[in-house]
Design a protein around this ligand. Structure first.
Ligand SMILES: [Zn+2]
Ligand SMILES: [Zn+2]
Length: 274
């Protein structure tokens, strides 16, 4: 079974600065279904932005950092990585229990590193994510990365594969020819897309809603999720836009909200049963 808890669904600087939506990232949980072959429960926290630790520990039921197996960054921007060192300390009991993994692009570890060298030493394994890399392993979960996004710093999407199901995460970046096709090669059952902008002519390294819709159309997951919203997206609101994609493309699409848990296994099964 795979579930994803959204500890934050805010994207643009203003939304994050004002905490109109939280910015704690996504908490993935992979565990054997009842009756399935036994195996470990694996928990991976992706993109722990500002407030991630507070959001995790105050969630109901709480997400326990001491049980985390890995922290993963799509890229080092602050809205994705603000709490990475705090989360490393929480995962490793302040460095007293050397455990867990950190996976991130090389520029998160080097140069203007966002992962402090002292904190990196607390974790049992450090993995540098590369373009179209992997499979990287966290217990029996496989992670592969996407083509490099156009986003200022090294940015990669993530494809998590567990017991025959793939959940993919498409983080921030400008739309370009070939982006959607790269994601489509992984045939994700669930595709989570950061949709920051609605309709504007801003020349920034973020996709807008129409581009995201095109990506969904090319990839055609069983279940789509939009997250990482700006104020323009929140005004629409995103729930209406999710229905619009659903009506046009004919698969289930959700607009994520703070505290929501996507029960990926159940939603995929519901599609199969239709
Ligand atoms: Zn970014
Ligand atoms: Zn972002």
């Amino acid at each position: 079974m795979i579930s994803v808890r959204f500890l934050g669904t805010g994207g643009a600087r203003f939304v994050v600065a004002k905490q109109i939506r939280a910015s704690g990232g996504m908490w993935f949980r992979f565990e054997p279904a009842p009756g399935e072959e036994d195996g470990p429960v694996t928990q991976i926290h992706v993109d722990p932005g500002p407030g991630a630790l507070v959001r995790a520990t105050s969630a109901v039921p709480p997400c326990d950092p001491a049980e985390l197996d890995a922290l993963a960054l799509s890229h080092k921007h602050l809205d994705h990585a603000g709490d990475i060192n705090v989360m490393i300390e929480a995962m490793t009991a302040g460095g007293f229990r050397r455990r867990g993994a950190v996976l991130a692009p090389s520029d998160a570890f080097e140069g203007e590193a966002v992962i402090f060298p002292y904190a990196a030493k607390f974790v049992a394994s450090r993995t540098v994510l590369e373009e179209r890399g992997g499979p990287y392993h966290v217990n029996d979960v496989e992670l592969r990365t996407s083509i490099r996004h156009i986003h200022g710093v090294q940015t990669y999407g993530m494809h998590f594969r567990y017991r025959g199901t793939t959940v993919s995460y498409l983080p921030c970046g400008r739309y370009f020819e070939g982006l959607a096709e790269d994601y489509a090669t992984h045939h994700p059952d669930v595709l989570i897309v950061n949709v920051l902008r609605y309709r504007d002519s801003m020349k920034v390294d973020h996709m807008n809603f129409d581009e995201a819709k095109h990506v969904f159309d090319v990839v055609r997951p069983k279940v789509g999720v939009m997250t990482h919203f700006s104020t323009r997206m929140l005004e629409q609101p995103p729930e209406r836009l999710a229905r619009e994609i659903e009506d046009e493309l004919g698969f289930r699409v959700f607009a994520a909200y703070d505290g929501w848990t996507l029960d990926a296994t159940t939603e995929i099964a519901a599609v199969a049963g239709r």
